[in-house]
Structures are given as C-alpha cells and as structure tokens.
Ligand binder design. Structure first.
Ligand code: MGD
Ligand code: MGD
Ligand code: MO
Length: 896
C-alpha cells in the first residue's frame, strides 16, 4: 500500500494506484470523464485536476507517490475543474444535460455546479441507429475515448476509433460504415462506459450504465446463458427489464458482459411466450388450467408405472434451470417414481469431461479457477472458441495473450483466438487423441516432463510411454493433417512454459472418442506436472450452459446422486435414504439417447422433458421426434412452443432465469445466486414449483418448500456442498465447490495435496487413437463440423426472439472457396446439406475459416434442420453425440 495525504487526510491506496483513487478514498468527489477503473488512464479530459506536491496534474494519470501531499478541494482547483467540464459541456447540444439527467456527465455537472443552460452547442452531426442494441448520437460524443479503450483493452475487438480533428473528433466504427456492419460484437462495453449517453442502449431507459449515480434499485443475479457465470445487475421498471448491467465486482466478468447476457432479454416479453398450460386434445395443444394439466400428468405417470414399473418413466432435467430445480427433479424421480432414469444436457456436451477428468484426477470438474488460468504464461486452447461461445472468457484470454502469454490453439477452423496464436494446429476433426499423443511424444522425447511429479504423484507412465512410441510427429502428421514442425513447436511452447494452462471445449468432447480426448489432453498436464502443483493451471473445460455443471452436481444423472456418489454404492444410497426416508433404486437409469431408444421400443410410458429442445438439439432429430410420438405421455416444461413442446402431450409454461430464485454453478465450480428481477408472465411458474406440484398431484410432499431449503437438503447429502447455503452465498457472492465446511472457503484450485482418485495419484491414460464414427466417402465427401455463433444460443429459442436476430438472421454453412468452386456454390445462396440421416437447408457463406473438405454450421435455427443431419454415433464411454463429425454432401437448394 502507498500512503499519501489528501487535503490533510492520510489515506492508503494500493501500490501503483493513481492519485484519483487516493482523492476518492479521502471522500472527495472529482469528475473524471475520460477515466474508468476498467481501463488504462488517458488523462485527456482534464476534469480531475488536483495539486500534487505543488504541481497541477490530472489525478487519473498521476501515480500516487509514497508520501505525496495532495490538494483537491481548494476553491482554485474546484474552479479549474469546473472550467474543464464547462469547456466540454458548452460544445454539446442542450439535450446532453437535462435536470434529472442520470449520465455520468450530468452527475459531474451537478457536482461542479454547472447547470443545463451551459450546454448550448449546435449539434447536427447525426446519429447511427443501425444497430439493435448500440445507438450513437454523435452530438453527445466528447471524444474521451473510453469506448475505444473498452473495445480494445477489455473486449479485445478493436472495432472503434476516434475520427476527425479537434472539436469535430467523434467515435466511429473502424470499418467506416454503419455500426451494425462493423466488427462490433455488442458486448455493451462502450455503452457501459460512455459518460454522456452518446453511445447508449435504446429502450425504456437509455443511458443506464454502471457509472450512473445514484444507481437505481437493482437485482444482483447470475447470467442464465452460458457457463461463464457473469454477475449482472438488473434494473427493472414496472416489472419490465430496463437494463442488464455487468457487475463491476462480478468475480468472473469484472464489469464485462456479452451480447447475450447484456442485451438478449427481449424474449421475456415475446408474444410467443407460453403463459398457460397446454394439453393435447382433439384439436392439438389447447390451453387448460394448472389443475387439469397436473391431474393429467399424474394419471399418465401412474399408468406408465402400472404398465412398465418405475423404470418406464424418465426425465430430462434442465441445464438451464437452477441447482435447486435440478435437485428437486432428481429427487422426484428417485423418491416419488422410484427410478434413476434422470439425465441432463451434460450428456450432449461435457459428459466426457466429467468422465475423463474423474478418471485422470478424481473429480468431474475443471482443475483450477479461471483467475489462475489467466496468470498462465502459455495457454493451450483446444477445440474451444471462447471468443464466440464464452465471450467474457475469450476477452480475458485475449487480453492475456496481448500482454505476452504464448498461445497454442488447436482447432480445425481459423476462428476466434486462432489468428492470435503463436501456433495454430488444425487437426482433422476427430483426431484429438492422436494430436495430444503427438504433443506428449515430443514432451517425453525432449525431456520436457516433470520427473519428480511423475514419480510421486502420477501413475501409468510405463504404459503411456509404450503407447507413445507409436506417435512420433511424422505419423501424427499423417493421422491429423497437422505438420510435424507445428506439432513440435506447440509441444515446446507448452513444455517450456513456467505456468502452462489448458482450456478446452466441445471440439474435444463431442466425438466418438470424446472421453479419450479429454484423457489424452489431461496426459499433457500430468507429464508436465502442471496440475495440482501451482506450476501450471491444469485442465479446464469451458462448460456450456449456465448450469450444466450444477445440473450434474445436483445428481440429475442416471448413475450418481447429488455430489457424485454412485447409485450402485450401498453406502451412498444409505446416506440418501437417511435424508429422504425412502429406499433409493440401486440400478443406474437410462441416459438420454437410451430414453429415446426405450420409447421407440415401446418400453417408455412417460417422459418429462424440462428445458431441453431435444427435437432440435439432440442428434438424428427425426428419430428423436419419432420416440416422443410413440411415448404415451410426454410432458414439457418450456418458455416457448419449442420443437419438442410441439410433440408433447402436456406443456407447462415456466419462468426463465430472470424470473426465479436459486443458484447456478459456473464452469469453474462457483456457486452463485440467481434472483428474480421480474415476475413470470401469465400463469407461468418456476420449474421448482412444477416439480413440487406434480409430486403433490401424485400424493407426495417432496419437502423443500423453498429453493433455499432444497440447497440446504442437498448440502446434507453431499460433503462437497456441505458448507453451502443461500445465506452464505448472499453474504459472500460466489463460493467454489468442493466446500465441505461452512466456515472455510471452497476449494478453487484442486489437488494441491493429493488427487481425488482412489490412490491419490493423477492417472495417465494409454488410450490409442481410433478413427471417428463418420468418414467421408464418394457419396458423402465432406466433413460437417457443427458449433456456435456469437449472437445465438443453442436452440436459439431466446436469442431468435429479440434484437440478436438482426445481428445474425440465418444459419449459415461456412465453406472453403475451393469447395465452393468444386460444388458450384455462390456466397449467400441457399444450399442443402445431406447426410446418411437427413437433410438441412442453410445459406452458403464462402470463406477461408474452414479447411478444404470441411464445412461448418451452427444449429441455432431449428427450422434449418441441422440435427436431422447429425448421426447417432456417440462417445463410447458417455454417449455424448459425435456432433463434430458428420459425412455430408451438398446440393443446390431445390435439388436432391
Ligand atoms: N454464443 C453462444 N455461446 C454459447 C453457446 C451458444 O450456443 N452460443 N452454447 C453454450 C454451450 S451449451 C456450450 S457447450 C459452449 C460450447 O463452447 P465451445 O466448445 O467453444 O463451442 P463449439 O463452437 O461447439 O466448438 C468449439 C470448437 O471446436 C472445434 N472443433 C471441432 N472438431 C474438433 C476437433 O476434432 N478437434 C479440435 N481440436 N477442435 C475441434 C470447432 O471448430 C469449434 O471452433 O458454448 C456455450 N456458449
Ligand atoms: N449439431 C449440434 N447440436 C448440438 C450441439 C452442437 O455443438 N452441434 N451442442 C449440444 C450442446 S453442447 C448442448 S448443451 C445442447 C443444448 O441444447 P438445449 O438444451 O436443447 O438448448 P437450449 O437452447 O440451451 O435450451 C433448451 C430449451 O430450454 C428452454 N429454457 C430456457 N430456460 C429455461 C428454464 O429455466 N426452464 C425450462 N424449463 N426451460 C428453459 C429454452 O426455451 C429452450 O427451448 O445442444 C446440443 N446440440
Ligand atoms: Mo453445451
């Protein structure tokens, strides 16, 4: 800490902090219109002038030197600051300053005593309203450059620039044209930092930012889109969302957000939102009251049990829902129905991570907290595109790279972080195991391994060494298509780094051998001693949905109870039986694809699908729809009439994340609170209430009347969560699991003493490379890879209903120019993609991001039918679908 004296008051600020921090710590308010704590200081607006050791300086750019004497509140300095603000304001038109203006500028004017009449500029520079979420009013721009720095330093997109000279200087997209056509990815950073409202979010409350003072009443919650777990402050006016602001003290997002969490809440009030239960009658799905819907469900469930026993009922629990809801769903299935037939979307996503990480290290989550990962000096990013899929993390990783960390990206496509990589490995899809073995081979042969760690903390080295003899770089180059020299370069970067970290995504897991892929990746960290030692930051999956980690943690899985105890283990069951007071079925239940197979075979009498659009997002979707049509009772909890809901017998309207209470667990195992900011529409209820209500209709009180009670009960069942409660989270914000003790912090970094495996060691895996399930051939010559785009989210049910649709209106098929010529396709034209399983209709987009012989598309528009094309091949260990490799051919749309 550094001690300085401000107007006679002694204050301490962190070393290197600017004088501004010291002055504010002394309780003196200074305007600082070009300053934002999230950004490097500019010192350009001169509104924060103070006198330090006799000299007049801008407080934002002057470091607080030890023992400095600062004058801030003298009349002379006040006058200087007032003049500086006045110069700025007098150039602005009158609308810049209204009496009740809530911008930072308005606040600054009030604080220095400048009235609205000072704003008397002519204006006339015009607006850019081309973008759905970011409007520019050029007349209000004071060229402070905060937006430009936000875009470059925090978001890493570099979309904005200042153009013009002198008083004419104004922010503009770097591409020159309208904002909507620029590189802007609508993270909202510029909106949030703009002090004048020149850049603002159109809507009910323009100009609301985290800088607005006094802050309006806000609800602190956790984003319900992806697994990053951004803390958000929601401003609601008259029960409608006025703005969603990134929390400056959010432990992961630190004042940042993305186009989804920040802006994509329009779906809440979409006229298509379900507001009452629907029951299939003579004329299709018809609105009914809750009592009728619940009675129908109870009758159907009883009939299913009578006909086929408890195992004729299954439930898919939602990775979009809270922990408490997931806890209740699995409790309902085990306690009321008497089956372990419960699964969640992790099956389609990171189930290979859970299996692979457990086998290698002992626990089914990432090994380190992201704060540590970010301190790494070499990042190995494998099969993940965080720039689009986890933008806040993508931005933090990019920042780290721009500051000097080395970067190796392994992805068949040249997207996201790849252009910034020291080495970009482009393996053929489905060859990760060979790729990792190639890297491991180099680590071993070049002595880049941690012998000490391998001796004392790892197992399986002889077997792996034997296997790796078959994976020299030249052979791996043949298997993967990655040049041997690149492989060696990448291995040396990872192997020679002091603190290497691995971050990975679905490009590793969604394969026929996804679990092997995770294990082969984990081998690298083990060989290098870069896990559980602080000499590196392990192996970390960027988990997908907001609560996919939590849904699994809560036991919404067919083989484990809350906290991952095996249902087959009598001791684990005994513990649950003590809490629940009923016997727990000992046989593992069905996984999601097995549920559909059972339905098609006539063995499933009832399926409850909670918040997963299986007919759009599960593979080989034509067969999924058939399974639902055959199953006598399909119940669906939904926000919208999804593809799945259309096949249901009963549809229950439910609340979404901005409308409910509970907790989520993010990708680095942090429990965070979710709180309702607005009420659900019409007669919609939370998933929590629907589960309790169905249990009641079946004659059982499930207990846990509130979400807080549900987490408390879960904490009693599992040592991992024993120290967690809503009250603690309300107090502390975020707490990582494992958290066995209410009085001790959770474990952010795992395995410092020992690994959680039976022998306490990390386990190397000697798994051979095996080819993917799908191979291109003469009939289906191309490999289709599927994945994400930045503006949409999974089934798109939420992001297609609102402004994001304008940002990305269709599912595109990315295709290499050579292939476009070969198949006679033109950019922007419709194209059919045909596989052995079905066909999809997309719009061709020609570019060099995909390699020749490969095409890429997202699955955000169910109508385009991408998952009718994907196969039913799945990870041999976990049944995670092989979404990343499908052999396809193309045809001009309209042809066969
Ligand atoms: N905008 C947006 N964000 C999202 C989502 C969304 O739908 N939209 N969904 C959320 C969910 S549920 C998830 S799980 C995450 C997913 O986040 P990611 O895992 O980052 O997403 P994907 O785009 O599916 O796949 C990542 C990358 O894997 C690459 N890949 C494919 N095959 C291979 C291979 O064989 N080897 C290697 N090394 N790479 C390969 C693809 O080219 C792709 O760039 O995103 C979450 N965030
Ligand atoms: N081709 C291809 N397909 C894929 C993938 C891929 O990479 N390629 N990725 C797979 C992956 S990783 C995933 S995770 C899945 C995601 O697939 P899904 O889980 O089906 O997709 P989502 O759109 O996230 O959400 C499903 C539904 O939940 C509803 N919903 C949202 N919030 C709530 C809530 O609080 N309660 C309830 N009851 N419903 C809610 C939404 O309206 C939506 O219809 O897709 C998989 N499908
Ligand atoms: Mo996912």
């Amino acid at each position: 800490m550094t001690g300085v004296e401000v107007d006679g008051v002694a204050v301490e600020v962190p070393e290197g902090a600017p004088l501004l921090a010291a002055v504010r710590a002394a309780g003196i308010e200074l305007p600082a219109l070009c300053q934002d704590d999230r950004l490097s200081p500019a010192g350009s607006c001169r509104t924060c002038l103070v006198r330090a050791d006799g000299r007049i300086v801008a407080a934002c750019v002057t470091p607080a030197a030890p023992g400095a004497t600062v004058e801030a509140a003298t009349d002379g300095l006040r006058a200087l600051r007032r003049d500086a603000v006045e110069v700025i304001v007098s150039a602005l038109p009158s609308r810049a300053l209204t009496e009740d203006g809530r911008t930072e500028l308005a606040h600054a004017c009030r604080s220095v005593g400048i009235g609205p009449e000072v704003a008397a500029g002519a204006g006339g520079r015009g607006e850019d309203t081309s973008h759905p979420y970011v409007h520019l009013d050029r007349d209000l721009c004071i060229a402070c450059g905060r937006c430009v720095r936000m875009c470059a330093e925090v978001q890493g997109t570099f979309a904005l620039t200042l153009t013009g000279r002198g008083a004419e200087t104004v922010v503009a997209p770097g591409t020159g044209g309208p904002w909507v056509e620029s590189d802007c990815v609508a993270c909202g950073g510029c909106v949030d930092t703009c002090p004048t409202g020149a850049i603002s979010e159109p809507g009910p409350a323009p100009g609301l930012t985290t800088a607005v003072r006094p802050a309006p009443p806000m609800t602190r919650t956790t984003c319900g889109y992806c697994g990053v777990g951004c803390a958000l402050d929601v401003v609601a006016e008259e029960d409608r969302i006025a703005a969603v602001l990134p929390a400056r003290d959010g432990p992961v997002n630190r004042g940042h957000a993305c186009v989804k969490g920040r802006f994509a809440h329009g779906y809440l009030t979409s006229p298509e939102r379900l507001t009452q239960p629907l029951l299939r009658g003579e004329h299709g799905l018809e609105p009914v009251g809750w009592d009728e819907a619940l009675a129908h469900i109870a009758r159907g469930l009883r009939a299913a049990i009578r006909a086929g026993g408890p195992d004729a009922v299954a439930a898919i629990s939602s990775a979009r829902s809270t922990n408490e809801e997931n806890y209740l769903v699995q409790k309902f299935m085990r306690v009321v129905i008497g089956t372990n037939n419960v699964d969640n979307c992790s099956r389609l996503c990171h189930s290979p991570s859970a299996a692979g990480l457990t086998a290698s290290f002992g626990l089914p989550g990432g090994t380190d907290t992201f704060d540590d990962v970010e301190r790494s000096d070499c990042l190995l990013v494998v099969g993940a595109n965080p720039v689009e899929a986890h933008p806040v993390i993508g931005a933090r990783l990019l920042r780290r790279v721009l500051r000097g960390a080395r970067l190796v990206v392994a992805d068949p496509r040249a997207v996201g972080l790849a252009p910034h990589a020291d080495v970009h490995l482009r393996p053929r899809p489905g060859t990760n195991v060979a790729l990792c073995h190639g890297l491991a081979h180099v680590l071993l042969t070049e002595g880049l391994v941690d012998d000490e760690f391998l001796r004392h903390r790892a197992a399986g080295l002889p077997e792996l060494t034997g296997l790796l003899a078959d994976y020299p770089p030249d052979r791996v180059a043949d298997l993967t298509g990655v040049p041997a020299a690149d492989l060696v370069a990448a291995a040396r970067l990872y192997g020679r780094a002091e603190r290497p970290a691995i971050v990975y995504g679905l490009g590793v897991t969604e394969h026929l051998h996804g679990t092997d892929g995770v294990r082969a990746l984990a081998n690298l960290a083990i060989l290098r001693g870069a896990v559980g030692t602080g000499r590196g930051f392990g192996v970390n999956p960027l988990r997908g949905q907001n609560n996919v980690q939590g849904a699994s943690d809560m036991g919404a899985l067919p083989d484990v109870l809350p906290g991952y105890g095996k249902v087959t283990d009598p001791a684990v069951r005994a513990r649950a039986e003590e809490v629940w007071g009923v016997p727990v079925p000992p046989r593992p239940g069905l996984r999601i694809p097995e549920m559909f197979a059972a339905a098609r075979a006539g063995r499933l009498g009832a399926l409850w699908v909670i918040g997963e659009d299986v007919c759009a997002t599960d593979p080989d979707a034509n067969r999924v729809a058939r399974a639902l049509d055959i199953c006598p009772l399909v119940v669906c909890d939904e926000l919208f009439l999804s593809e799945t809901a259309r096949h249901a017998d009963v549809v229950l309207p439910v609340a979404s994340w901005l409308e409910k209470d509970g907790t989520f667990v993010n990708f680095d195992r942090r429990f965070q609170r979710v709180r309702p900011a607005v009420a659900p529409p019409g007669r919609a209820r939370t998933d929590f209430d629907t589960v309790r209500a169905v249990a009641e209709a079946m004659g059982t009180d499930l207990g846990c009347p509130t979400p807080a009670d549900a987490l408390a009960e879960c904490a009693r069942m599992s040592p991992h969560f024993a120290g967690l409660s809503h009250r603690r989270l309300d107090r502390e914000g975020a707490v990582c699991w494992p958290c066995p003790d209410p009085d001790r912090p959770g474990q952010a970094t795992l395995y410092r003493e020992r690994f959680a495996t039976a022998d306490g060691r990390a386990h190397l895996a000697a798994v051979p490379h095996l080819p993917p399930g799908e191979q291109p051939d003469g009939d289906y010559p191309l490999v289709m890879v599927t994945g994400r785009r930045w503006a949409h989210y999974n089934s798109g049910s939420m992001t297609r209903r609102g402004g994001n649709l304008a940002l990305d209106p269709v599912d595109h098929l990315d295709i290499h120019p050579d292939d476009a010529v070969r198949y006679g396709l033109r950019d922007g034209e419709p194209v059919q993609v045909i596989s052995r399983y079905g066909r999809a209709r997309l719009i061709a987009r020609i570019g060099g991001e995909t390699a020749p012989g490969q095409v890429f598309c997202s699955f955000h528009f169910p109508a385009s039918g991408v998952n009718r094309v994907t196969s039913d091949h799945a990870d041999t260990v976990t049944s995670c679908p092989e979404y990343k490799v499908t052999a396809v051919r193309l045809a001009a749309d309209g042809a066969g």
